[in-house]
Design a protein around this ligand. Structure first.
Ligand code: LCS
Length: 393
């Protein structure tokens, strides 16, 4: 059967598999740093690109390649570039499109380090950046300068769950000939396909939903075109941001159950969000599945489902949130998300603590914001745990 005929879950199980695996149901791990050549001529041809043979694992490896092909297929992209972490993916994109005299326009709510390095690291190399509330696409257009060379979005955004209109921003970017990269970590290709909406590059922390078992740190880029792939890949190779084959094999295994894991975590999240929304100690809640979300209609249009990430604030602010976090028993008080277990954390003092106060205020990352990543446990147990933790507030 051709891959084109297969649905998402079938592709998640089968896509990328190579034929030369001794008929094993699961591909082996090519745990090797290097590959031998048949002859000196063959080696030279591999290096010139005339022969597609493998050379060295930092440049390419069959186990890593299987994962790259599988995620690229699920995102409807030209090709995938696997990297050691989500941050390696972010830096591969920044280093490829930004440099001396160049300018970035990005959404103001991003995973903390994706923004913090624009304040702490990239100015050293002459890069400037403007962060805007991209949930209003006009703000992106207003921030564009002649030297803007990248538009960078995260939707839904970490940790504010703001949703940006990918198609509207791509339309603006096209007018100015600027590439658009979308961090799709919170949705995964199961719920959202940014390349189909016109984005040029999609980025993942595969540490999250794609691997899904909280036992791997990994990243991925998928490009719409060969042109962008050919720009990004050498940066990954030369910076040494590559993945390890064992890491790739485990991530490929996690990917197989992506759809069913998200279905379950999302089903749980819808019930958890309904519970929190009616709880008297909860002051506000942001979840794309609730009609109270400011971009509820856009989310319904752009995403196949509301996902498994919830942010909320308690009456009593940070102190109240702290008491709740200190009393969870089933949920883990831990950063990260997209795994099988429910996690709760406080972005202002944890994942987003390196941002300046102004940056946090502008993005709406208040001291009272608590972030919940809902897992696949029995939903009654998750709700009972949150309920007993809230009784301590
Ligand atoms: N992009 C998003 C949206 C993320 O949430 C993260 C990590 C990254 C990129 C970076 O990926 P990593 O290098 O960690 O694989 N987000 C985390 C979080 O919210 N808590 O801990 C890590």
């Amino acid at each position: 059967m051709h891959n084109e005929d297969l649905g998402f879950n079938s592709l998640a199980v089968h896509a990328g598999k190579k034929d030369d695996c001794m008929n094993s149901a699961v591909s082996p791990i090519y745990q090797t740093s290097t590959f031998s050549f048949d002859s000196a001529d063959h080696g030279a041809k591999c290096f010139s690109g005339e022969d597609k043979g493998y050379i060295y694992t930092r440049i390419g490896n069959p186990t890593i390649g299987e994962l790259e092909d599988a995620v690229a297929k699920l995102e409807n992209g030209f090709g995938g570039i696997a990297v050691s972490s989500g941050m390696a993916a972010v830096n591969t994109v920044y280093l490829t499109y930004l440099g001396m005299g160049k300018h970035l326009v990005a959404h103001n709510s991003l995973y903390g380090p994706s923004r913090a390095i624009m304040e702490s690291l990239y100015p050293r190399f002459g890069v400037e950046s403007t962060f805007v509330d991209a949930t209003n696409a006009e703000n992106v257009e207003k921030a564009i300068r002649p030297e803007t060379s990248l538009i960078y979005l995260e939707t839904p955004a970490n940790p504010t769950i703001g949703i940006t209109d990918i198609e509207a921003i791509v339309a603006i970017a096209r007018k100015h000939n600027i590439p658009v990269c979308v961090d799709n970590t919170f949705c995964s290709p199961y719920l959202q396909k940014p390349l189909d909406l016109g984005a040029d590059i999609v980025l993942h922390s595969m540490t999250k939903f794609i691997n899904g078992h909280a036992d791997i740190v990994a990243g991925m880029l998928v490009t719409k075109t060969k042109e962008h792939y050919n720009k990004l890949r050498p940066v990954m190779v030369n910076m040494g941001f590559n993945m390890d084959p064992h890491q790739a094999w485990l991530t490929r295994r996690g990917l197989k159950t992506l759809g069913i894991r998200i279905d379950r975590a999302q089903e749980n999240s819808i019930k958890v969000a309904a519970f929190l929304e009616q709880h008297p100690k909860v002051e506000w809640i942001l979840y794309p599945g609730l009609a109270s979300h400011p971009q509820y209609e856009l989310g319904k249009r752009q995403m196949k489902g509301p996902g498994a990430m919830i942010s909320f604030g308690l009456r009593g602010g940070f102190e109240a949130g702290k008491r709740m976090m200190d009393h969870v028993q089933l949920a883990l008080l831990a950063v990260s998300l997209g795994g099988i277990e429910t996690l709760i954390q406080h972005p202002a003092s944890m994942t987003h603590s390196k941002l300046s106060k102004e940056a946090k205020d502008a993005a709406g990352i208040t001291d009272g914001l608590v972030r919940l990543a809902v897992g696949i446990e029995d939903v009654d147990d998750i709700i009972a745990d949150l309920n007993q933790a809230l009784s301590h507030v």
